[in-house]
Each structure stands twice: as C-alpha cells, then as structure tokens.
Design a protein around this ligand. Structure first.
Ligand code: PHE
Length: 341
C-alpha cells in the first residue's frame, strides 16, 4: 500500500507539472483526487490493514493528498498566468504604427463667401433670417405687387405644387421681406440667405436651384443714397478697396425705382472679355426702394416709413469673390475643385 501511495504521488506530481490546459488539469484532478479517483481507491483498502498499521498509513495518505492538492493549486496558478500573458500579447497595441490619415473637409467656397457677407451685414446691425423654400404664391407674388398675369408667375418659370398655383418653390428670397414686415417691429434691418428655384436649364450661368441673399431696411427717412452706400461698402469689403460698382435702372414689381447692380469684371477689369461676355461688368444683384403698395399691404404707412431692399445672387457673388468662371463648378462637388479654397 505504501508503494501504491508513492507511485500515485510521483505519477500525479509529474502529470500536474506537465499539464497544458485547464480541461486536462480538471481531468487529472478527477483521476487522482476525485471520489472514484486513485487515491480514494487506495484508501478504501485501509480496512484490510491491522489496527497497528492504520495510523502510520493514514498519516502517509494524508500527506500524499496534501501534496497532490498543493501541486494542483500551483498548476492552476501557472495556467492562469500563462493565459493572462497570452491575452496581453494578443491585445497589445503598437503605438508606433502610423495611423490612418483622417481627411478633414472645409466649408464650400459659396458658404465661405456667404459667411463673409453675413459678417459684414451683422457688423452694420442687420439680423440674419431663415425662411421656407416651400412658399405661398401669395407671399412670393401677390404681397410683392406681382399680380395675376405677371410673367414670372407662369407655369413655365415656376415650380408649383398645386393646380390652383397657391403653393410653390420660392422663385426668389423676396417673400422674406413680407415675412419680416409681418413679424418684426419697425425699424427693420434684415438679410435672409437661402435657396430659390426656377425652371432654367443648366448652363455656365444658370441652374434650376440657386441661392440669393435678400436684404431689407425700413426706417424713417431711408433713401436710395443709403442703399448705394451700403452696397458699395459691402462690395469693397468683399472684393477689395476701390472695386467699382455700376447701378443700372431696372424694373421689379416690388421696388420703385429699381436697379440692377454690377461689379467690375475680375478677369478683364472692365475692358470686356469672355467671362463678362464682353460687358466688362458682372451682374450681382437687383435692388430698389420698396414700393409704397408693398408697405401698405403690410400695414406700414409709406408716408412715415421708407425702405429699400436688395437680392444678391450668391453664386455670382462667390464666383466673383474666388474668380470662378463656371456656375456648374459650384454644384458639382468635385473635391479637386473644392480643395482649392
Ligand atoms: N427678387 C429679385 C430677383 O430675384 C431681386 C430683388 C430683391 C430686387 C429685392 C429688388 C429688391 O431678381
């Protein structure tokens, strides 16, 4: 029996020593220390011993059990340590590996130009408004003195949502004049940038969707001289001191008198070239003194108050600002183009 115990002990110890996995270790535990294990099998033979032999053999058996349990525990500890080591190795991050480059975009050139323009107007005390692109024809036309039958109301020019021609995609930002008059206290100084829609074919200067920046001032004693001074200041701030403008008489139903404002061509400096179609000038906006009827329709007394309004073409403004000669480049979103600004 003594030899049996010694054999179990030496076998078990070397097995525990060599074990490679948790599952194997478990199997060994059952094999040597389990209820039906080898050690228990030997102990069951204790009954065959003489009472004199029993104590010494019992003590030996306990020593073997203690040795086995100790070896089991240290084997388990060893397995855990190697598992941890493996995990740390697998999860290691090499901070010296170069990272993937993150490409950061930037604002679209048209929005850079818009932000510059907003800054200038905010500095002059204007408030920036935002308004709906789906607009009532009443605000886009009627309240702006463009009555039934006005050519711009035609189906061939305007995107309507209904046969009654009551709801439409705004064809200009000018309905924001009406919205401001209806909702704000006088005096008013606002700009309202946004998208507008017209049934135009795409070419180098046209697009069915483009942007305008509406502007309006209503106060006591406001004159055309204030309009010219303000617009000249904005143009010089955006395009540099000494940039020349040209005010040409024009017609809009909601302003009287009305004008169009051109800025000197950036390519030829006014001589005439393909960019300005030989004109020497590039048209930037429409403007004028607000028609007394428009003020009256908004409940504003034109004998007391006067005002002016303007509508910049934002794409043209940006094209002049960054010397871009084809409108399509603004909308195509070709990064090779956009990266240049
Ligand atoms: N809404 C006009 C257009 O789209 C521009 C404009 C705005 C003219 C304000 C006068 C006053 O052409």
């Amino acid at each position: 029996m003594k030899e049996q115990l010694a054999k179990i002990k030496s076998e078990a110890l070397s097995a525990f020593e060599a074990v490679q996995s948790k599952a194997d270790l478990d199997a060994l535990r059952v094999k040597y220390l389990g209820k039906k294990g080898e050690l228990t099998a030997v102990l069951k033979q204790m009954g065959k011993l003489t009472p004199a032999e029993r104590p010494a053999m019992g003590q030996l058996a306990n020593e073997v059990r203690a040795a086995l349990e100790g070896a089991l525990e240290s084997a388990a500890g060893k397995l855990e340590a190697t598992a941890l080591e493996h995990r740390l190795k697998a999860e290691a991050v090499d901070v010296t590996v170069p990272g993937k480059p993150v490409t950061v975009g930037h604002r679209h050139p048209m929005y850079i130009a818009l932000d510059e323009m907003k800054e200038i107007f905010i500095g002059m005390g204007f408030t920036v408004l935002d308004g709906p692109e789906v607009e009532l024809a009443e605000l886009n036309f009627d309240r702006l003195n463009a009555e039934e039958g006005h050519p711009s109301r035609d189906w061939s020019d305007t995107f309507y949502f209904d046969r009654e021609e009551r709801v439409m995609l705004r064809s200009q930002t000018s309905p924001m004049q009406v919205r401001a008059m209806d909702s704000m206290e006088l005096p008013i100084r606002i700009i309202a940038p946004g998208r507008v829609y017209r049934k135009d074919e795409v070419d180098a200067t046209h697009s069915p969707m483009f942007h305008q920046v509406e502007g309006m001032v209503i106060d006591k004693g406001v004159t055309m001289a204030d309009l010219k001074g303000t617009l000249n200041t904005v143009v010089e701030r955006m395009y540099g001191k000494g940039t020349k403008t040209r005010f040409r008489p024009h017609h809009f139903p909601f302003t009287e008198p009305s004008c169009e404002v051109d800025v000197q061509c950036y390519k030829c400096g006014g001589v005439g070239c393909p960019t300005c179609k030989g004109e020497g000038w590039i048209e930037l906006l429409g403007a004028g003194m607000i028609h007394p009827r428009v003020l009256e329709m908004a409940g504003i007394d034109p004998e007391v108050w006067s005002g002016w309004a303007f509508g910049f073409g934002l794409e043209r403004t940006a094209m002049r600002r960054f010397k871009i000669d084809d409108l399509r480049l603004i909308f195509e979103n070709d990064v090779r183009f956009l990266e240049q600004f």
